[in-house]
Design a protein around this ligand. Sequence first.
Ligand code: NAP
Ligand code: F7E
Length: 323
Amino acid sequence: MKVALITGITGQDGSYLAEHLLDLGYEVHGIVRRVALEDPTHRLQRLSGFIDRLHLHAASLERFPSLFSVVSEVQPDELYHLAAQSFVSYSFDDAFSTFRTNIDGTHFVLECAKQLVPKCRIYFAGSSEMFGHANEVPQTEKTRFYPRSPYGISKVTGFDLSRNYREAYKMFVASGILFNHESPRRGFEFVTRKITSYVARIKRGELKELPLGNLDAKRDWGFAGDYVQAMHLMLQQDCPEDFVIATGETNSVREFCQLAFEFAGLNYEDYVVTDPQFYRPAEVHLLLGDATKSKEILGWEPTIKFEELVEMMVMHDLDLLAS
Ligand code: NAP
Ligand code: F7E
């Protein structure tokens, strides 16, 4: 039985990936913060359906010894490094802690693996935010990086660290360059879930408006359940490489709003207001991925279209309030 270790197992992607690996017959271990073990009802909520089948270990990305001791104990065959301060907006408020978590944390994980399990296959969670102000559309594995936020900068550095461990120490480190992916398990601070959760509360008469920032930003939005399958496929190849994972379709925040309100029988123009506090100091205006390489080498393709994704999230949030 293969042993997998996931950092960030309590997050959106970690929870879907853990389920996927359990289905494939893996022994699945996850790193969680100590506070999560002390408050499982809230902090381990995304894992609630299958938590009995997981092995959870307390550690922090900020503390090398804590990671060292978990990797030493688990001896993973595959290590999925998903943990990060992942909210772009917050990274402008606290760039220093974002760098500590995302850059030092990634460095710690890679170094632990090098010292303890050099044959372990490692996945690094790169991001389309690394493209930022992209100089071409669509973006591929060859597109130049031009990050526009401390988060994007931290992911470019994590990506460079991963490649350097691959080249310098001959380790199997693959990076996914994943475009935005969403689901009913998405955090409420991200725009898609913010919209669908507000739609549900507006529909029930609990709220009267939805304050948002830039409605014209365009993103390539896919379904998280599809994207974690690509992470696993990347670690099953003969050689470690980097892969863009995307749908090849882009939509604006405004289009997401329009559709989400329509699924609830409402007109977004009656409820959406713009609020300067939700604009970013530097915006990424347009992202659109070209996942041709992933299709050809991994055999990966997305299964959920934009409209289905929006409907899935709206229906989930309506049901959540009704229950
Ligand atoms: P998420 O829901 O925000 O989950 C982040 C995870 O990281 C959580 O489990 C969180 O634990 C953990 N974490 C944060 N700081 C930590 C620390 N100091 N020590 C230990 N654990 C820590 O993010 P996601 O959407 O699943 O994304 C997974 C990864 O993919 C992230 O690296 C993200 O940057 C990257 N990514 C995401 C997308 C996307 O569209 N979702 C696209 C490209 C790349 P707590 O639950 O305790 O906070
Ligand atoms: O913003 C605009 C905002 O926070 C999307 C992370 O998973 O994907 C995610 O990063 C867009 C931006 O995601 C609001 O300005 C307007 O243009 O949902 P988001 P993100 O910044 O694209 C990448 C690939 C990652 O790697 C990240 O970890 O929506 N927007 N009004 C708003 N965004 C938010 N959050 N809230 C608003 O009110």
